[in-house]
Each structure stands twice: as structure tokens, then as C-alpha cells.
Design a protein around this ligand. Structure first.
Ligand SMILES: [Fe+2]
Length: 159
């Protein structure tokens, strides 16, 4: 097995960096979905939701940077153009959403898609003994599952 200077399998690390780039692209679409919701939300719950969406996009911006820098740590190159993000996007793109329930529904939907990608990376990083990526994924997964619970509670829907 050929290893890199981190002591990780070269081939498996390349695959992980590529998968992390897909996560990065999808996170950027999630971020942009949240900005749209923050801007366009209307109605009696405006003040609560406007602030909540800002909190979420600030958090996702931090995660975007963590993903990109993990890719670099693994010897990869993070995608950074809108072009590449759209090409790799698996999320529903929310446009002109001003209804509060539709907005929260979009967040639940986006997070569910991100979780799918993260669980693939969780498994691959476990197999590659890449603890750094693995623990990052478990942190993201745990936080996003909690956010889904809260959003579902707000929607008065079952998990
Ligand atoms: Fe703002």
C-alpha cells in the first residue's frame, strides 16, 4: 500500500477528496438556499425566521471552509466555481420562497441530502482509517440530525 505523508492510503485519500468536493459543492447550494430564505421570507414569523436562517447560513459557511481545508489537507483541490458547484449539485434549488413552512421544508430536504453524502464519506473514511475526515463527518451528521429534529418540531411533523 502506497501511503502519503499523513500515513494514509494514496488511492483511498484521492477518492475521499473527490467525495468531499461533492459535499462542498452541495453545501454551497445549501448555503445559497439559506441566503434566499433569509432574504425572501415573509409573514408573521419573519423576525424569528430571518434570524434563524442567518444563524444557519453562518454555520454552513464555517463548515464549507472546514470541508475545503480538509480537501487541501488530503492533497486535493477544493472546487470554488459556481460552474462546478452546479455540476455536482444533488440538492433542490429553492427559488423565491417566501412561505415559512415551505422555507423550513426546504431546509429539512437539503439537510437530508447532505446527510446522504456525509454518510458515504463516513463509511469511506472509516475504511481508509482517515480519522480526521471521519470525526468531521460525525460532528456534521450529529448537528444536522438535531437541526432536522428542531425543524420537524417546528413543522409539527414526525421525524
Ligand atoms: Fe441579512
Amino acid at each position: 500500500m502506497k501511503t502519503n505523508s499523513l500515513g494514509l492510503d494514496v488511492k483511498k485519500t484521492e477518492i475521499l477528496a473527490a467525495e468531499l468536493n461533492i459535499l462542498l459543492a452541495n453545501f454551497q447550494v445549501y448555503y445559497q438556499n439559506l441566503r434566499g430564505l433569509h432574504w425572501n421570507i415573509r409573514g408573521k414569523r419573519f423576525f424569528d425566521l430571518h434570524v434563524k436562517f442567518e444563524e444557519l447560513y453562518n454555520d454552513s459557511q464555517l463548515k464549507i471552509d472546514l470541508i475545503a481545508e480538509r480537501i487541501l489537507t488530503l492533497g486535493g483541490r477544493p472546487l470554488h466555481t459556481f460552474d462546478d458547484y452546479i455540476k455536482n449539485n444533488k440538492l433542490f434549488v429553492g427559488k423565491d420562497i417566501s412561505n415559512d413552512e415551505e422555507a423550513v421544508g426546504l431546509i429539512v430536504n437539503s439537510l437530508a441530502q447532505l446527510l446522504k453524502i456525509e454518510r458515504v464519506i463516513l463509511k469511506q473514511s472509516d475504511e481508509a482509517l482517515d480519522e480526521g475526515t471521519n470525526s468531521m463527518m460525525s460532528d456534521f451528521i450529529k448537528e444536522q440530525e438535531k437541526t432536522i429534529w428542531m425543524m420537524k418540531a417546528w413543522l409539527e411533523e414526525e421525524i
